[in-house]
Design a protein around this ligand. Structure first.
Ligand SMILES: Nc1ncnc2c1ncn2[C@@H]1O[C@H](COP(=O)(O)OP(=O)(O)OP(=O)(O)O)[C@@H](O)[C@H]1O
Length: 249
């Protein structure tokens, strides 16, 4: 398995016209960690994810992924963004058509990777369904499978579970943690939920506007194994309390 990607950001700023959304941001993210970005609407979380993914460029400053070379990452958005006229299997296969680095992979190897990704998100047997035949949770799992198909070493997730009901969200959180453990990839996750941040993350970085200034950077004192028992434990409650206090201060 290839190494997980680390991120080094140094004095980075991003402006859109005269508006500076990110100002002088410096932060490092350790390979293989699960880091959540929290902050009020409009503080620059999605902009930062897009910069990390190379979908946009910083105005000034440095952003480096290590090891450098192949930038293997997956991106999952709040909406599953599935093509309605394509089956589950075809939707998960899309990166092979769109990503230059993956175009050379043979058809049998592609099929195997798609099957493997669907297995990872527990969607075996749903290959030939169309998006309208799927629940919200299943659509999100297809979206995650599509991100996993290229074996990302960094997974960027922008409020992926925000539109799901509470039960499905809990289920998806546990599945994601399982994936994080088995895939040994770095995850940078954006959410508005303090509860979700506490449950999923090893580290929570809070950003505030203007300028996406880091207002808090906290390593969570929780065991790596998260489960139902932990959700209702005192240790979890005290982490959630601390995060809430930091968020409100
Ligand atoms: N391409 C763009 N052109 C102009 N302004 C932009 C662009 N992208 C983002 N912005 C502005 O940057 C600011 C930060 O947006 P961003 O989407 O990063 O915030 P966010 O923290 O992710 O918000 P939310 O939690 O609501 O998703 C907003 O004021 C937004 O209008």
């Amino acid at each position: 398995m290839e190494q997980a990607l680390g991120i080094k950001i140094k004095t980075l700023s991003k402006s859109f016209g005269s508006k500076t959304v990110i100002k002088d941001l410096s932060v490092e993210i350790t390979p293989g960690s699960f880091v959540t970005l929290l902050g009020p609407s409009g503080c620059g979380k999605s902009t930062l994810l897009r910069l990390i993914a190379g979908l946009d460029n910083p105005t000034v400053g440095e952003l480096a992924l290590s090891p450098s070379g192949k930038k293997k990452f997956g991106f999952v958005f709040q909406e599953a963004n599935l093509l309605p006229w394509k089956t589950v299997k075809e939707n998960v296969s899309l990166p092979f058509e769109l990503d230059e680095d993956l175009k050379s992979i043979s058809k049998p190897a592609r099929d195997e990777k798609v099957f493997e990704a669907l297995r990872k998100v527990k969607l075996e047997g749903s290959e030939n369904l169309f998006p309208h035949e799927l629940s919200g949770g299943m659509k999100m799992r297809v979206s995650i499978a599509r991100a996993l198909v290229s074996n990302p070493r960094l997974l960027l997730m922008d409020e992926p579970f925000a539109a799901l009901d509470e039960n499905t969200r809990f289920e998806m959180q546990d599945q994601l943690l399982q994936l994080w453990e088995t895939e040994k990839m770095t995850v940078v996750f954006v959410t508005h939920s303090l509860y979700e941040a506490s449950y999923l993350s090893q580290r929570v970085i809070m950003l505030k506007a203007p300028g996406a200034i880091i207002s808090s950077d906290m390593n969570l004192a929780l065991p790596p194994k998260r489960n139902l028992e932990l959700r209702t434990s005192e240790a979890f409650n005290s982490v959630l309390k601390e995060l809430t206090e930091r968020f409100r201060s």
